[in-house]
Design a protein around this ligand. Structure first.
Ligand SMILES: [Zn+2]
Length: 235
């Protein structure tokens, strides 16, 4: 007789449990699964020793980029860029913890337009930097576009079209994009106008007196200097 046969009657006797109990168990299993889904997953551990601050910044940047780039349309990479961005991740919050540990949390740039919940966090301590991701990206992360906003694809199409021909009006750009990547309703006109204006500001470069003007203060100052110098020199 094998042990199995001796064991089985007892196991069988123990097996039937009150329904409530197994229900509870199922629930707690669900809870654990739920919790796991929202856990932070370490994607990089950088030791500071022997590295310059610039090297470290670069490694952090490269890791952040690696975690987002494949989900990021190239034409939107420098759209609405802020100094606080890490690659294209948008800073959500930054706080200090005990023992000199500092934490910066970043959101996916499509958090608002696609309800994407992917987060990246950079945890710095005295000797190392740990980079973690929560709710990792998958193929569906950016599919949930908000109906009230332009879809990510439409946005990148608009930027592409305007960069190709900055003389286009917002309406013309909207019609071209509608034909290329799905109907953009006229109700979106204001959002379209905003993107078109912002893209034009960055794209249009005019030359006055041999100085390229791109709408930035620096370019106007360069023009002013050029004009003044010319005036002074010809006096
Ligand atoms: Zn995302």
């Amino acid at each position: 007789m094998s042990d199995d046969e001796v064991e089985s009657p007892r196991a069988a006797a123990e097996e039937p449990e009150p329904e409530e109990n197994s229900g509870e168990e199922m629930q707690s299993a669900k809870k654990i699964r739920f919790r796991k889904k929202h856990e932070w997953k370490q994607v990089s551990h950088i030791l500071k020793e022997g590295k310059s601050e610039a090297d470290i910044q670069n490694l952090v940047f490269e890791c952040a980029k690696e975690q987002l780039q494949q989900w990021m349309p190239t034409v939107l990479e420098d759209y609405k860029k802020l100094d606080s961005d890490l690659y294209c991740w948008k800073k959500k919050e930054s706080y200090q913890k005990a023992h000199g540990v500092s934490v910066t949390v970043y959101r996916c740039p499509f958090h608002y337009s696609c309800e994407c919940e992917t987060l990246l966090r950079v945890v710095r301590n005295e000797n190392s930097i740990v980079i973690e991701v929560r709710n990792e990206h998958n193929a569906n992360s950016h599919k949930q576009d908000s109906l009230k906003k332009l879809k990510m694809q439409q946005k990148s199409e608009l930027v592409k079209v305007i960069r190709g021909d900055p003389s286009l009006s917002a309406t013309a750009a909207r019609r071209i994009c509608s034909a290329n990547s799905g109907e953009i309703s006229p109700a979106m006109q204001r959002s379209v106008e905003y993107i078109v204006r912002k893209t034009k500001e960055k794209t249009i470069v005019r030359e006055f007196n041999g100085v390229p003007l791109d709408g930035s203060l620096g370019s106007f100052e360069a023009l002013r200097d050029a004009k003044w110098l010319k005036t002074i020199l010809t006096r």
